[in-house]
Design a protein around this ligand. Structure first.
Ligand SMILES: Cc1ncc(COP(=O)(O)O)c(C=O)c1O
Length: 376
């Protein structure tokens, strides 16, 4: 990345040699990403600014192409990222019909449920590869096979999966795939949309002919180089990283699971290596986060506190976690650069935090007195 910020900073659309160096780098990055995703051709790789942009462009493209054939029904799931859910809402306002599949208690959607929801006018199926809050993996290959059989375009938001678990667009019959560089240590501000040849892709932006006319605007050459390099490294070390991360994650799950009245969210087996999501009864997620921050622990909760709302996460609710319990959720993401010492620090701090916060909680007092039943 650095040479394209400091020395070779030419514009890839320029004809002079300086710009052509940037062009060569961009095309090299495209080839690398295509190879690592199992794509047939680098021409199926479009650089975008983020996962959100890729999701938006994928869904809107499928919807527009569908509408031209009189097909205006899209299928997705209740626990997608808002980049997908809000785009679907916008399409509904334009007259498209949307079916959101239920998620089972283990945080996994079922291909049989999808099969039942398919209609002759379905123009797109969009199911995420791995959920961003609970980390559960979805039956992507099964869904891909089903969609291929019915010739329905299948979009997969693989933002949480790429670089962490094997992803192969050909083998899994994925027609469109979104990814985001910063999820595997590239800088923020660069993403990719994979779009299979023959699937129509519509451009959002009016302007130049960059990205074969599908994404106008001068390309983020340094970002694309960084994304390709980071993906190459993540894929090369996937097995080794997963082993290290899973050992830390399992220690976390085991240790935090000992806290009374706690509940791990999502399947224990079908999940990405690094995500742990656990609810503590009688604890407010945001308060817990502030406590942990003071102890140097960067965690998140399911609820959308940043948006000014204390509503519990739509993801946890979709798994059937009761409202009150979902408000006490903690999400920890472990990466290969973490250490067992950090895990032990978390295991020392979280039980203390939960104990102290419960001792101040009127809800906990009610639960302990038996006036309210425990939920877990
Ligand atoms: C599953 C999923 N989809 C989409 C996005 C959006 O990606 P970005 O922040 O790059 O726009 C995220 C971000 O965390 C995500 O986890």
């Amino acid at each position: 990345m650095l040479p394209f910020l400091t020395e070779d900073w030419g514009n890839p659309s320029s004809l002079y040699a300086f710009g052509q160096k940037a062009r060569e780098s961009l095309e090299e990055s495209r080839k690398t990403v295509a190879r690592l995703l199992g794509a047939k051709s680098p021409k199926e790789i479009y650089f975008t600014s983020c996962g959100t942009e890729s999701d938006n462009q994928a869904l809107v493209s499928c919807a527009r192409a569908g509408a031209r054939k009189g097909k205006k029904h899209l299928i997705s799931t209740r626990f997608e990222h808002h980049a997908v859910l809000h785009t679907l809402k916008a399409l509904q306002r334009e007259g498209f019909e949307v079916t959101l599949l239920d998620v089972h208690e283990d945080g996994v959607v079922r291909a049989e449920d999808l099969e039942r929801a398919l209609r002759p006018d379905t123009c797109c199926v969009s199911v995420m590869f791995a959920n961003n809050e609970v980390g559960t993996l979805q039956p992507v290959a099964e869904i891909g096979a089903l969609c291929r059989e019915k010739a329905i375009p299948f979009h997969c938001d693989a933002v949480q999966a790429v670089g962490h678990v094997p992803v192969d667009v050909e083998a899994m019959n994925i027609d469109l795939l979104s990814l985001s560089g910063h999820k595997f240590h590239a800088p923020k501000g660069v993403g990719v949309l994979y779009c299979r040849k023959n699937i129509p892709l519509y451009s959002f932006l009016e302007g130049g002919a960059q990205e074969r006319g599908k994404r106008a605007g001068t390309e983020n050459v340094a970002g694309a180089a960084a994304l390709a390099a980071a993906l190459e490294e993540s894929c090369a070390r996937m097995g080794e990283n997963a082993e290290k991360v899973i050992a830390m994650r399992d220690r976390l799950i085991e240790g935090l699971g000992k806290i009374p009245h706690s509940r791990l969210n999502g399947s224990l087996t079908s999940r990405v290596p690094g995500t742990v999501n656990i609810c503590f009864e009688g604890v407010e997620g945001e308060t817990l986060l502030l406590y942990l921050d003071r102890e140097g622990i960067c965690a998140s909760s399911g609820s959308a506190c940043a948006s000014g709302s204390l509503d519990p996460s739509h993801v946890l609710l979709s798994l059937g976690v009761p409202h009150e319990l979902a408000r006490g959720s903690l999400r920890l993401s472990v990466g290969e650069f973490n250490s067992m010492e950090e895990i032990d620090h978390i295991l020392e701090v979280v039980p203390r935090a939960v104990r102290e916060l419960r001792s101040l909680s009127p809800l906990w007092a009610e639960l302990e007195s038996g006036r309210k039943p425990h939920l877990c």
